[in-house]
Write a protein that binds this ligand. Structure first.
Ligand code: PEP
Ligand code: MN
Length: 338
């Protein structure tokens, strides 16, 4: 339910309403309103009619149900765009976020060189996997905490915030000690235990769409994080699985305008996993910006041929620098900035 307070509602009246929501067994979520205070009462759908009685409380203007199943993620609850702060880098506002770096952290030399070069090229967030979700148990699984430490060294050298993946609830605290943005990979988009854990922390979350996830399911996954109290969620389209085999995945760019209509959360695009080939990254990056994406996540490796993972879809740093140059006019055309 959404509770709209009167413009002249006092802090005491707001507090009384929030207490009533809690007493009825629901969570009160304050919603950033431009003119008046709006409170979302979120919880068990069964029996939510009981919340209607709040309408008679002092300072309340109206009470109405949120129709979308994703309550806090929906534009119904918050019409204006969310801007998520990733260690000083705003994601979701006018500025386009460029996250770049290797698929996996492999060595100090590899991550520090890449971080320096992507920063020079114009990236504002550094990516690198320390815990890797691999199809085969015999493939490289990541350097784990050692990889997180190397990311921190690269951050100290460049000042770039870190985005890195967390794979299971047991490692949330460990990864949160190093990461500025916690990535949930495509394979974990419906790992509800993980999503709930991430809802309890203060760090922003980058939620990647699963390869078989509908837009509605994707938003319901975001809702798991929001419902626990963490309001900083960024969505990432990274390609879905279709009958097409010419590309690794099918990058669903039409999900951008759909998501933008449905949710206030920022949406970024990963054209590297979305296509699986480095030579398709340029055109899909431009298309993503044109479709209204708030940012890009691009795999960059100093020596893709010898990369431990995802070499074929990784750009060399010089190619990445060129891509950013060619993207600039597109970004300006969209009324955005880098
Ligand atoms: C990654 O970002 O390296 C990754 C594993 O991505 P996804 O979860 O989208 O496959
Ligand atoms: Mn990868």
């Amino acid at each position: 339910m959404i509770i709209v307070m009167q413009q002249e509602a006092t802090p005491e009246q707001i507090e009384a309403v929030e207490k009533q929501i809690t007493d009825l067994g629901y969570k009160a979520h304050e919603i950033v309103g431009v003119e008046r205070k709006v409170i979302g009462a979120i919880g068990d759908e069964r029996g939510k009619e009981r919340l209607q009685m709040i309408e008679s409380m002092a300072g309340v203007e109206s009470v109405f149900p949120i129709l979308k199943p994703y309550k806090l993620a929906s534009r119904e609850t918050q019409p204006q765009d969310s801007v998520i702060d990733v260690a000083g880098v705003p994601v979701g506002g006018k500025q386009i976020a460029i996250m770049a770096g290797p698929c996996s952290v492999e060595s100090k030399e590899q991550i520090c060189t890449t971080a320096r070069l992507i920063k020079e090229a114009g990236a504002n967030i550094m990516r690198g996997g320390a815990f890797k979700p691999r199809t085969s148990p015999y493939s490289f699984q990541g350097l784990e905490e050692e990889g997180l430490k190397l990311l921190l060294e690269a951050k100290k050298a460049t000042g770039l915030p870190i985005v890195t993946e967390v794979m299971n609830p047991r490692e949330v605290d460990l990864v949160a000690q190093y990461a500025d943005l916690m990535q949930v990979g495509a394979r974990n988009v419906q790992n509800f235990s993980l999503l709930k854990e991430l809802g309890k922390i203060k760090k922003p979350i980058l939620l990647k769409r699963g390869m078989m996830t509908t837009i509605k399911e994707f938003l319901m996954s975001a809702e798991y994080i929001l419902a626990e109290g963490n309001r900083s969620v960024i969505l990432c389209e990274r390609g879905i699985r279709t009958f097409e085999t010419a590309t690794r995945n099918t990058l669903d760019l039409s999900c951008i305008p759909v998501l933008k209509q449905e949710t206030h959360l920022p949406v970024i695009v990963d054209p590297s996993h979305g296509t699986g080939y480095w030579h398709l990254v340029d055109s899909m990056s431009r298309a993503a910006i044109a479709a209204g994406a708030d940012g890009l996540m691009i795999e960059v490796h100093p020596d893709p041929v010898h990369a431990f993972s995802d070499g074929p879809q990784s750009l060399k740093p010089e190619k990445f620098a060129k891509l950013i140059q060619t993207l600039r006019p597109f970004i300006e055309l969209m009324g955005r900035s880098l």
